[in-house]
Write a protein that binds this ligand. Structure first.
Ligand code: PLP
Length: 328
């Protein structure tokens, strides 16, 4: 691995890979496994911890003392970054999109608990170029205070590093699949920035794992994500010094589960969340993993075997308690 990829070890790895026989039966699958990335460790875990190990590694290598990022006000990434920053001795400055609500519940409560310094923005599109300018202005304020900020922008320059972190998990999946006896026909994962999907595509290609990857978008149209994932795969491969051919060959992205919109619960997502809880004791959330499970259940109509990347996100369940309770 190139030395540019400095890592601060935080996650509890490997995360468990477990069978879900009752949910498999309900879904009409011959077998279903859950990759329990929700149990990845610090700050209540999730798919962001593997990425944060390398992000904080890069921040330390750059001599930074504070990480600065932006996302939704109920962002699992910001909650995990705030907690991991506290654990690793960094300050954490967050610019959050006010549209997601400013009440101190769920992830936002945890960000405050971890001591993050928080401001809100009216921006609604994390991919808009103005977002970068707002972040740079905050970085300038921090520098004026004598601090050394490290700007983290997942859809921006941090993308390749975050995808590379997941590409490096390919070896762990190969070991999981080998212990389970065979690779599943497909693996479903929630897609926001789609960096987890991009990394998995690269990691699976590197390990020659035949499993198809189903990205279930919760925010962006598939037409926007497909070229983005392909681009990020290429950049992450360059970062890692890998040449794996066409990583996109095994990737499909559906945007069928986004409605009624990002972070807004859907009937199918809530039904999937309830089913997973009652058949397997899994805690999914309405914004990401509930919708991803709904996508898996829809794809399962074709039969076969599947795996589900449980990417965490439980704190937002508590921020949307009323909608969840109404579906029970
Ligand atoms: C719980 C959860 N699952 C999945 C995702 C999607 O990960 P990615 O942004 O890499 O697509 C996120 C992103 O915020 C998340 O919080």
């Amino acid at each position: 691995m190139p030395s540019v990829l400095a890592r601060i070890p935080l996650a509890r790895l490997p995360t468990p890979y477990q069978r879900a026989p009752r949910l498999a039966r309900e879904a009409g699958l011959s077998a279903l496994w859950i990759k329990r990335e929700d149990l990845s460790g610090p700050a209540l875990g999730g798919n962001k911890i593997r990425q944060i190990e390398y992000i904080l590694g890069a921040a330390r290598a750059a001599g930074a003392d504070t990480v600065l990022t932006t996302a939704a006000s109920q962002s699992n990434f910001c909650r995990a970054l705030a907690g991991c920053a506290a654990q690793a001795g960094f300050g954490c400055r967050l610019m959050l999109r006010a549209a997601g609500g400013t009440a101190p519940v769920g992830n936002l409560l945890l960000m405050r608990l971890f001591g993050a310094e928080i401001s809100f923005t009216d921006a609604t599109d994390p991919w808009h170029p103005d977002v970068r300018a707002e972040l740079e202005a905050i970085a300038g304020e921090l520098r004026a205070q004598g601090r050394r900020p490290f700007v983290v922008q997942l859809p921006g320059e941090t993308a390749a590093l975050a995808a590379a972190a997941w590409a490096l998990a390919g070896e762990e999946f190969a070991a999981d699949f080998s212990r389970a006896g065979e690779p599943p026909d497909f693996l479903a994962v929630a897609c926001g920035s789609a960096l987890t999907l991009a990394g998995l595509a690269l990691g699976f290609a590197r390990q020659a794992i035949p499993t198809r990857l189903l990205g279930v978008s919760v925010q962006q149209p598939a037409a926007r994500l497909v070229p983005w994932v392909s681009d990020v795969c290429g950049r992450a491969a360059t970062l890692l010094g890998w040449d794996v051919g066409d990583a996109m060959a095994r990737v499909a992205i559906t945007d069928d589960q986004i409605a009624p919109g990002y972070a807004l619960p859907s009937q199918a997502g809530l039904a999937a969340l309830k089913l997973a809880a009652r058949t397997e004791g899994l805690v999914l959330d309405p914004s990401y993993t509930g919708k991803a499970m709904a996508g898996l259940l829809a794809a399962a109509q074709a039969g076969g075997s599947a795996a589900f990347l449980h990417s965490g996100g439980a704190p937002s369940l508590f921020a949307q308690g009323e909608a969840v309770a109404a579906a029970l």
